[in-house]
Design a protein around this ligand. Structure first.
Ligand SMILES: Nc1ncnc2c1ncn2[C@@H]1O[C@H](COP(=O)(O)OP(=O)(O)O)[C@@H](O)[C@H]1O
Ligand SMILES: [Mg+2]
Length: 593
C-alpha cells in the first residue's frame, strides 16, 4: 500500500511549470511582466529556436539585491504582496511561481543590479539546483536567461511546436503587452534578427496601436468609449466590413492586464452577432477598467481569465459601448472595400486591352438612366422631356451634395444601384441593403411591441406536414409578436391570415417553410432575443426586394434615404457589404491622372 507523502519541491515546481510556463510564449509573458512590475522603460527580448533553446529578457527596471536573488527563484516568494492583500493587486505578479517554475525545467541565470546597489550579482539555477551568488557586470536592471526549456521534462517537450510557431506566439504575446504599455520600449530579436521594435512616440498610444494592429485597422476602426459608475470600457474595434478569420486579433484587457477571457470574448461576439458572416471575427483592442473589488484575477495560473463579481453589469456596459461605437459607422462599409474595389478594377484593367475600365461602366450608367421606367410620382428626378433635363440635373447635383449616399442615376442589371455623391459615386447592392432595412425595422417594431400587420385578402394555406405544423403552432405566440398570424387548417396544413406589413409582398408559403426549418435547427443556448432576431432575419430575407427587380429612380432614391437613416445598413444580415463607395480620387487613380 503506497503511503501518502509530501512531494519534493523540485517536483512541485515542475508540475507548476506545466501550467505557468507551458511554452516559450508563456515564459516570455512572465518575464516581461516581471520587468514591467519592476518599472522598466526598456524591455529587450532575444530568442533562439523560437525560445526553445534560449530566451533572454533584459530590462532597465529597479533590479534585485544579492539577497533577493535566491528568494526570486524560491517558490511562493514574491515582493508583490507586501500587505497580503489579494484584492488590491496592482502588479502582474503576486503568486511567486514563475521564476521557480522556470528554474525547475531549464537552466536559468539571473543577473541583476538593484538601483541602490554598488554592483550587479548573478545567480544560476539549473534544473532546480541553486548555485552560488557571484558578482557580475551590469549597469542597471535585470537580465534573465532561460536556456533549454524543458530539457529535463521530455513529456512537455513533445508538446512544443516548431521554433517558427513558438516564435510567432512569442511575438503575439509581446505585442499584446506592448499595446497596454505604450510608454515602454519593446524589442524582440529572433535568431539574431530584429523582429519587433516598438519605440514610444509622442502620440504614444495611437502610434503603438497603429504599429501593432496595422494601418488597415486604423482606417477601418471605430473608437469605443463608455462608462457606467466606476466601470469603463475604452478602445477600438473594426467596422463590420473589416473582418478577420480568427479571434487572434482580439486584444482584451482587464485593468490593463491582458486576458483571453471567454465571457468577454463572447460579449464581443454578441455585439457583432448580426453584422458578421459565419466564421468571421472582428478586430478589437479593448480596455475594461473595473474597481479592484469587482474582479478576481487569481482564478487562473497564467491569469488569462478573470472572475467578475457582476458579470451581467459588465456585459451590459460592453454591449452598450460596442453597439454605440458600431452604430456611428453602421451606415458605412469601410475604407478597405473601396481599396479592394479600386484594386480589382485596376487588375481587370491591366488584364484587358481596354484603354479604360470605366468606359465599361459609364456608358451603361447613362443608358440605364434613360431606360429606367418613368414614375408617376412627383420625384423631381423622374422628369421626362428635354425641357426638364437641365432642371433635373440641377436637382440631382443638389441631392448628391446633401445626402451621403447621393442621388440615384442608374440601375445596373436590375441588381445594383449607382448613385452620384458629392465626392464620387456609390454602388449599392439593392437586395442586401433592403434586406437589412427590413430586418432592422422588424426588430425595432418588435422591440416596441407593435409590428404593423397586414390582413391577407386571400389567406395563404401552407401544407407542411403534421409534425412541422404542430411545431410551428407551438410557437404561434412568438410569431404573433412578429406579426405573423397563423392557425391550424387541419391535416398538416396551416392558414396564414395576417403578415407583417413589411412582408406583404413576400412569398408566404416559402417564408413559413423556412421558419419551420429555423425551428428545427438547434438553437440551444441562444437567448430568446437572439432567437427572435434570427426569425426576423429570415423574414427580412423574404420580404426584401430581390435582386432582379427593376426599380425606378424614385424607388432607388427612397432606398438610398432609408439606408442613410436605418442603423447597421453597412452590411446585410449575412454580413456582406451593402454598398461600396468610390471617390473621384479613386477614379483618378484608376485613370492614372
Ligand atoms: N525583472 C525583474 N526585476 C526586478 N525584480 C524581479 C524581476 N523578476 C523577478 N523579480 C523578483 O522576483 C520575484 C519572483 O518573481 P516571480 O517568480 O515571477 O513571481 P511574482 O512575479 O509572482 O512575484 C518577484 O516578486 C520580484 O521581486
Ligand atoms: Mg512574475
Amino acid at each position: 500500500m503506497p503511503v501518502i507523502r509530501a512531494l519534493p519541491d523540485q517536483l512541485i515546481n515542475q508540475i507548476a511549470a506545466g501550467e505557468v510556463v507551458e511554452r516559450p510564449a508563456a515564459a516570455v509573458k512572465e518575464l516581461v511582466e516581471n520587468a514591467l512590475d519592476a518599472g522598466a522603460k526598456k524591455i529587450f527580448v532575444t530568442l533562439r529556436d523560437g525560445g526553445l533553446s534560449e530566451i533572454i529578457v533584459s530590462d532597465d527596471g529597479v533590479g534585485m539585491t544579492a539577497d533577493d536573488l535566491p528568494r526570486a527563484v524560491a517558490r511562493h516568494a514574491t515582493s508583490k504582496l507586501p500587505h497580503d492583500d489579494l484584492v488590491h493587486i496592482h502588479s502582474f505578479g503576486f503568486r511567486g511561481e514563475a521564476l521557480a517554475s522556470l528554474a525547475s525545467v531549464s537552466r536559468v541565470s539571473l543577473i541583476s543590479r538593484h538601483d541602490d546597489a554598488e554592483q550587479a550579482y548573478q545567480l544560476n539555477v539549473h534544473g532546480g539546483e541553486v548555485g552560488r551568488i557571484q558578482p557580475a557586470a551590469r549597469a542597471k536592471g535585470t537580465r534573465v536567461e532561460v536556456r533549454d526549456l524543458f530539457y529535463n521534462a521530455p513529456a512537455r517537450q513533445k508538446f512544443m511546436k516548431t521554433p517558427r510557431a513558438e516564435g510567432d506566439a512569442v511575438r503575439e504575446q509581446l505585442q499584446r503587452l506592448a499595446l497596454a504599455w505604450p510608454h515602454v520600449h519593446f524589442q524582440l530579436t529572433e535568431e539574431g534578427r530584429k523582429a519587433v521594435e516598438l519605440i514610444p512616440g509622442r502620440e504614444a498610444y495611437s502610434q503603438r496601436l497603429a504599429e501593432v494592429m496595422g494601418h488597415d485597422f486604423m482606417a477601418n476602426k471605430t473608437d469605443v468609449h463608455c462608462e457606467q459608475g466606476a466601470m469603463r470600457l475604452r478602445g477600438s474595434i473594426s467596422v463590420p466590413s473589416f473582418q478577420a478569420h480568427s479571434t487572434r486579433h482580439q486584444f482584451l484587457y482587464v485593468n490593463n492586464r491582458p486576458v483571453r477571457d471567454k465571457l468577454l470574448m463572447a460579449v464581443l461576439r454578441a455585439a457583432y452577432a448580426d453584422l458578421l458572416p459565419q466564421g468571421k471575427h472582428p478586430y478589437a483592442v479593448l480596455f475594461l477598467d473595473l474597481p479592484p473589488d469587482d474582479v478576481d484575477v487569481n482564478v487562473h495560473p497564467t491569469k488569462a481569465e478573470v472572475r467578475l463579481r457582476d458579470a451581467a453589469a459588465v456585459r451590459a456596459l460592453m454591449i452598450e459601448g460596442l453597439r454605440s461605437a458600431l452604430h456611428t459607422v453602421s451606415h458605412t462599409t469601410g475604407d478597405n472595400l473601396t481599396q479592394h474595389a479600386v484594386q480589382s478594377l485596376r487588375a481587370r484593367h491591366a488584364a484587358s486591352a481596354m484603354p479604360t475600365v470605366l468606359r465599361d461602366y459609364m456608358p451603361q450608367t447613362m443608358a440605364f438612366e434613360g431606360a429606367a421606367p418613368r414614375v408617376r410620382s412627383h420625384d423631381p428626378l423622374a422628369g421626362g422631356d428635354d425641357q426638364h433635363d437641365a432642371a433635373q440635373s440641377e436637382v440631382r447635383e443638389n441631392i448628391s451634395q446633401h445626402f451621403p449616399l447621393g442621388a440615384a442615376v442608374a440601375q445596373l442589371h436590375n441588381r445594383y444601384i449607382i448613385s452620384q455623391t458629392a465626392e464620387g459615386f456609390v454602388m449599392v447592392d439593392q437586395h442586401a441593403a433592403h434586406e437589412r432595412i427590413v430586418y432592422e425595422q422588424l426588430k425595432q417594431h418588435m422591440l416596441e411591441g407593435h409590428v404593423a400587420r397586414q390582413m391577407l385578402l386571400l389567406p395563404a394555406i401552407v401544407e407542411v406536414g403534421e409534425q412541422t405544423a404542430n411545431a410551428l403552432l407551438e410557437h404561434a405566440e412568438v410569431f404573433g409578436k412578429l406579426g405573423l398570424v397563423m392557425d391550424s387548417f387541419g391535416f398538416g396544413s396551416l392558414v396564414v391570415r395576417e403578415v407583417p406589413a413589411l412582408l406583404q409582398h413576400a412569398d408566404i408559403p416559402a417564408l413559413v417553410r423556412q421558419l419551420a426549418d429555423e425551428l428545427h435547427h438547434d438553437h440551444a443556448g441562444e437567448a430568446l432575443r437572439e432567437r427572435l432576431d434570427h426569425l426576423c432575419a429570415t423574414m427580412a430575407c423574404h420580404g426584401s426586394v430581390r435582386s432582379g427587380r427593376a426599380l425606378n429612380v424614385a424607388e432607388m432614391n427612397a432606398l438610398l434615404r432609408q439606408i442613410e437613416t436605418t442603423p447597421n445598413t453597412g452590411a446585410c444580415n449575412h454580413g456582406r457589404p451593402t454598398h461600396i463607395t468610390l471617390s473621384l480620387n479613386d477614379l483618378d487613380k484608376l485613370f492614372e491622372r
